[in-house]
Design a protein around this ligand. Structure first.
Ligand SMILES: Cc1ncc(COP(=O)(O)O)c(C=O)c1O
Length: 404
C-alpha cells in the first residue's frame, strides 16, 4: 500500500465548479476571487482577506506592503531586523532577504515547533541590529499563543505579522492562529487544509494594508483598492484606469482557483475533524513504541481551547541517542510504502542556499532545539483523503517497529 504525504484534495464537486468557470470564459481575477475572499474573511473573523497565487507570494506581498505603502509612513525600512524561527520554510525567509531586510533567527520550542517566544525577547534585547518585526510560523497545524506574541510586540514596539501557511483551522482560546497579527499569510497548495491547487492569501484588519496588498499583487494598480476613487480624483494626467500607486508584482490568483476555494472552504470543519481523528488514532499507536506524536497534548484538550489542525504528523523518536533508531524506522516506513519527510526543511541555517545567500548567517549549531528536532523527528501524512484502511495500515506498520 502507498501512503503519500500529499493528495490532490480535489473532489468531484470542486472539479465541476472549475469546469463551469473555464466554460464561462471568466478566467482572470474577478468575481470568484472576491467571493472567496469574503468567505475566507468570514471564516477567519478578519475584516479583509486578499487572495494571491501562492502562500509564498502572500509573504512577499506582506513585506512589500510594510516597506512601500501607497500613502507613505512605511512600517519597515531596508536594514531592519525581522525575527524568524530557525526551522522555517524557505519562502518565509527569502522575501525578507530579497527586500533588503535582515532575518534574525530564533530557536524553536520543542512542544509547538514554532518560535520560542522567550528566546525572541532575549534576541530583541541583545541584537545589535534594530529589530522591528516578528514573523513566527504557526507550524504544522499548531497555533502559537497569539496573545503572548501580541504582548511582546507591544512591549518592544515591533510589528507582529505571521505565517499561517501550515495552520489554517488551528486556534487557541477561540482565536484563529495569527488573528492578532497585523497580517497573516495562508497557503492553499494541494494537500493543505483546503486547496486551490496553487494559491494563498493574506488576512488583515487594516483597510489600508489590504488596499496595498491589492495593488502589490497586481502591478501596483489602484483598480481593486477600496480607496481607488481617492486616487482617481487627484489631478493626475494619467488615465484613471491605468493608475499605479505602489510598486508591484503579478501574483494574482485565477478565477478557477477561487472557485475551487469556495467549494473547499465550505467543508473545512469536516476536513479538520478527519485530520484530528487520524492524529488521535496514530497517537494511540505510537505511545507503545517509544515514539511521541508532537502536539498530542492538544488531543487531550476536550474543551477545545486549542485546536490543532494537523497539517502533517510530527513523530519524534525517543531514546535514540545516536540517531540510529530513527534511520531504521524511516527505512521501515519507506519500505512499507509510507512516505516520510523532515520537519519543514530541518534547521534552515544548515541549508546550502542560506550559507551562500545570507553572508551574516549565524552558526546553525547555536540553535540546539532546532538541531534536536531536526535529528529526532520526521513527518508522515495526515491529509483528510486518507482512507480508514490506509490509516489502519500505518498503525500496523507502527506496531511492527522494535521498541528500542
Ligand atoms: C510555513 C510556510 N510558509 C510558506 C509556504 C509557501 O506556501 P506556497 O507553497 O503556497 O507558496 C509554505 C508551504 O507550504 C509553508 O510551509
Amino acid at each position: 500500500m502507498l501512503i503519500l504525504l500529499a493528495s490532490s484534495g480535489l473532489r468531484a464537486k470542486d472539479i465541476t465548479l472549475a469546469i463551469e468557470v473555464l466554460e464561462s470564459g471568466n478566467l482572470t481575477m474577478g468575481e470568484m476571487v472576491q467571493k472567496f475572499e469574503q468567505k475566507m474573511a468570514d471564516y477567519l473573523g478578519s475584516k479583509f482577506f486578499v487572495m494571491t497565487n501562492s502562500g509564498s507570494s502572500a509573504n512577499l506581498a506582506i513585506f512589500e506592503a510594510l516597506l512601500r505603502p501607497a500613502k507613505g509612513n512605511p512600517k519597515l525600512k531596508a536594514g531592519d531586523g525581522v525575527l524568524v524561527p530557525s526551522i522555517a520554510w524557505p519562502t518565509t525567509i527569502w522575501p525578507i532577504i530579497q527586500l533588503g531586510l535582515q532575518p534574525i533567527f530564533v530557536d524553536i520550542d520543542a512542544t509547538t515547533l514554532g518560535m520560542d517566544i522567550e528566546k525572541a525577547k532575549i534576541k530583541i534585547r541583545e541584537s545589535k541590529i534594530p529589530i522591528k518585526a516578528i514573523f513566527p510560523i504557526h507550524a504544522l497545524g499548531r497555533s502559537l499563543n497569539d496573545t503572548s506574541i501580541e504582548k511582546l510586540a507591544k512591549e518592544f514596539e515591533i510589528i507582529y505579522i505571521s505565517d499561517v501557511c501550515e495552520s489554517l483551522g488551528s486556534f487557541q482560546n477561540k482565536k484563529h492562529a495569527g488573528a492578532s497579527a497585523l497580517a497573516s499569510s495562508y497557503s492553499f497548495y494541494f494537500s493543505h487544509h483546503i486547496t486551490t491547487m496553487e494559491g494563498g492569501g493574506v488576512s488583515t484588519n487594516s483597510s489600508d494594508f489590504a488596499d496595498d496588498l491589492r495593488s502589490i499583487r497586481s502591478h501596483g494598480w489602484s483598480r481593486d483598492r477600496h480607496d481607488a476613487p481617492e486616487w482617481t480624483n487627484l489631478k493626475s494626467r494619467n488615465d484613471a484606469k491605468f493608475l499605479f500607486v505602489t510598486s508591484g508584482y503579478n501574483i494574482r490568483p485565477m478565477e478557477i482557483q477561487a472557485a475551487i476555494g469556495i467549494s473547499q472552504i465550505s467543508d473545512i470543519n469536516d476536513f479538520l475533524e478527519r485530520r484530528r481523528n487520524i492524529a488521535n488514532y496514530i497517537n494511540g499507536k505510537v505511545n507503545n513504541s517509544n515514539l511521541r506524536l508532537i502536539g498530542s497534548d492538544t488531543l487531550a484538550n476536550i474543551e477545545s481551547i486549542e485546536n490543532n489542525s494537523w497539517m502533517l504528523l510530527p513523530i519524534q523518536v525517543l531514546k535514540d541517542f545516536k540517531g540510529e533508531r530513527r534511520d531504521k524506522i524511516l527505512a521501515h516506513f519507506e519500505a512499507s510504502g509510507i512516505e516520510t519527510r523532515p520537519v519543514l526543511t530541518g534547521n534552515f541555517l544548515d541549508q546550502p542556499a542560506m550559507q551562500r545567500i545570507y553572508i551574516s548567517s549565524p552558526n546553525p549549531r547555536t540553535f540546539p532545539i532546532s538541531d534536536q528536532i531536526a535529528g529526532s523527528t520526521f513527518l508522515i501524512g495526515a491529509h483528510h483523503d486518507l482512507t480508514d484502511l490506509q490509516i489502519e495500515y500505518i498503525g500496523t506498520k507502527i506496531e511492527e517497529l522494535p521498541s528500542e
